[in-house]
Design a protein around this ligand. Structure first.
Ligand code: NAD
Length: 499
């Protein structure tokens, strides 16, 4: 997308984001009037005072959502009516695309042209996709004996709590909102305290598009306050969570301590990228891993952060990746041309630099990057970093860094590669690179991950499910399968008497 004619820096100076919550279709301050500062990772400036939602605010939002659900203002609209409103919501997102892209970039640091071309465009598509799907899904009739009829129908669950992270704020919200709203539920969304601004605007746009008041509420705040209150709430029917495995565990505990609400966790990853020596185009594999790893500053749950390369081609592979890394040197995310932007905040910057130090300490060999960048900007930037000679037992190979740090691990045999790739608590995504069709299929089957790519890494679409094995979560976002998370399955038996 050509954004070169837009003066993003000027617009950034002019924008005055509204940090108040959206409850029952209206902007409101926190009940106790408290706020927290929303800081831009680009230069450390304060973007807005944001409502610090707590239990009272969550209670108000859940009550509004419950009332909206119970009176049927949304759930009892026909699927075609819901479709039309969601299409208008999607159109509203596109009409505000530059504002949303700017807010996303200012809030979490990714290059603005990527916010526009990927985050905003995909969010609009996802909302429209679920809207368009909902009047095309049919229920079932069971193959019962002649004197009975059993209808198997899907019903909306009620009030859905969505708790999402900061790395793709709008997109992660839309993966919950699309299926939950299309199915007829009401939603209370708790965005990350590090990136609340676009979620708040989305709720306003939805109301303008005709979504009835109370159907979609947004309460910003901290995880241990607003997030916990939502997940413990007795009147929330399900939690759609995306975030760390640490907090995913808590979500399950909260459900156990409250009303056993359904918990759908989309959690962390440490994705394996396995390159065999029978794959001829080593350069394509190497450039793909660099592009996928350094996209979004490495702050992607599915970043291919563990690369397993056959020892025969490893030197060539590392040489190419090392040459690619500087192309992703961070730059001002508002320039319109940056390949990599800012790390979300100072805490995350320290975490990433800490892992780089740990890599050194454990004996891995750093072949690219490794330092903080653009420190005089007042923002938080890290160079694209590559470690060679990594052992799969090192911390940089086991723990999710969530920054631009790639680990290269060499292997000798297919069995070793598969065993090491699967030796991880995570199982979100993986890929195998081989020109041998038998090996490609064999290894794709053996890899324990929710998504496996063969000879590519970038394909992604709302039409396919996304989620993890093992401690990467349960349930699946995206595709028609996401309706499983936000609907109850009901069986209705009818007796049919003979004439
Ligand atoms: P996080 O777990 O720290 O926070 C996620 C959300 O949970 C935030 O809104 C936060 O405020 C809230 N939260 C934090 N503590 C809470 C608590 N005690 N109770 C209730 N809510 C709480 O994660 P993050 O740092 O925002 O995001 C990064 C993580 O998200 C990474 O692990 C990444 O892999 C994961 N992620 C997964 C997917 C996926 O689809 N599997 C997609 C994107 C990101």
């Amino acid at each position: 997308m050509n954004t070169s004619t837009i003066d993003w820096r000027q617009r950034a100076n002019d924008i005055r984001p509204d940090g108040r919550a959206v409850i029952a279709g209206r902007r409101v301050a926190a009940r106790d009037g408290e706020t927290f500062d929303c800081i831009s990772p680009i230069d450390g400036r304060t973007l807005a005072s944001v409502a610090r939602g707590r239990t009272a605010d969550i209670d108000a939002a859940v009550a509004a959502a419950r009332q909206a659900f119970d009176d049927g203002r949304w759930a009892r609209k026909s699927p075609a009516q819901r479709k039309r409103i969601l299409q208008r919501f999607s159109e509203g997102i596109l009409a505000a695309k530059e504002e949303l892209a700017l807010l996303e970039t200012l809030d979490m640091g990714k290059p603005v042209q990527q916010s526009l071309a990927v985050d905003v465009a995909s969010t609009a598509r996802i909302i429209a996709w679920y809207g368009e799907a909902i009047d095309k899904v049919y229920d079932e009739i069971a193959p019962t004996p002649h004197n009975a009829l059993a209808l198997i129908t899907r019903e909306p669950m009620g009030v859905i709590g969505a708790v999402v992270p900061w790395n793709y704020p709008m997109l992660m919200a839309s993966w919950k909102l699309g299926p939950a709203l299309a199915a007829g539920n009401s939603v209370v969304l708790k965005p990350s305290e590090k990136s609340p601004l676009t979620a708040l605007r989305l709720a306003e746009i939805a109301v303008e598009a005709g979504l009835p008041e109370g159907v979609f509420n947004v309460v910003p705040g901290y995880g241990h306050e607003a997030g916990e209150a939502l997940a413990l709430h007795m009147d929330v029917d399900a939690i759609g969570f995306t975030g760390s495995t640490r907090v995913g565990r808590k979500m399950l505990e909260y459900a156990g301590r409250s009303n056993l609400k359904r918990v759908y966790n989309e959690l962390g990853g440490k994705s394996a990228f396995v390159v065999f020596d029978d794959f001829a185009d080593v350069a394509r594999a190497a450039t793909t891993v660099a592009a996928s790893m350094f996209y979004n500053q490495g702050e992607s749950c599915n970043a291919p952060s563990r690369v397993f390369v056959h020892e025969r081609i490893a030197d060539e592979f590392v040489r190419i990746v090392t040459g690619e890394a500087p192309k992703y040197q961070p730059d001002d995310p508002l320039s319109g041309t940056a390949e990599m932007g800012a790390i979300v905040d100072e805490t995350q910057l320290r975490t990433v630099l800490g892992y780089i130090e740990a890599g050194h300490g454990e004996g891995a060999r750093m072949v690219a990057g490794g330092k903080q960048a653009r420190a005089d900007s007042g923002g938080y930037f890290v160079e694209p970093t590559v470690f060679d000679g990594v052992d799969n037992r090192m911390r940089i190979a086991r723990e999710e860094i969530f920054g631009p740090v790639l680990s290269v691990i060499r292997f000798k045999t297919e069995d070793d590669a598969v065993a090491m790739a699967n030796d991880s608590p995570y199982g979100l995504q993986a890929s195998v690179w081989s020109d041998n069709v038998n090996r490609a299929h064999r290894v794709a089957r053996a890899l324990r991950a929710g998504t496996v790519h063969v000879n590519q890494y970038d394909e992604d679409d709302i039409t396919v499910p996304f989620g993890g094995y093992k401690q990467s979560g349960n349930g699946r976002d995206k595709s028609l399968h996401a309706f499983d998370k936000y609907t109850e399955l009901k069986t209705t038996w009818l007796r049919i008497d003979p004439a």
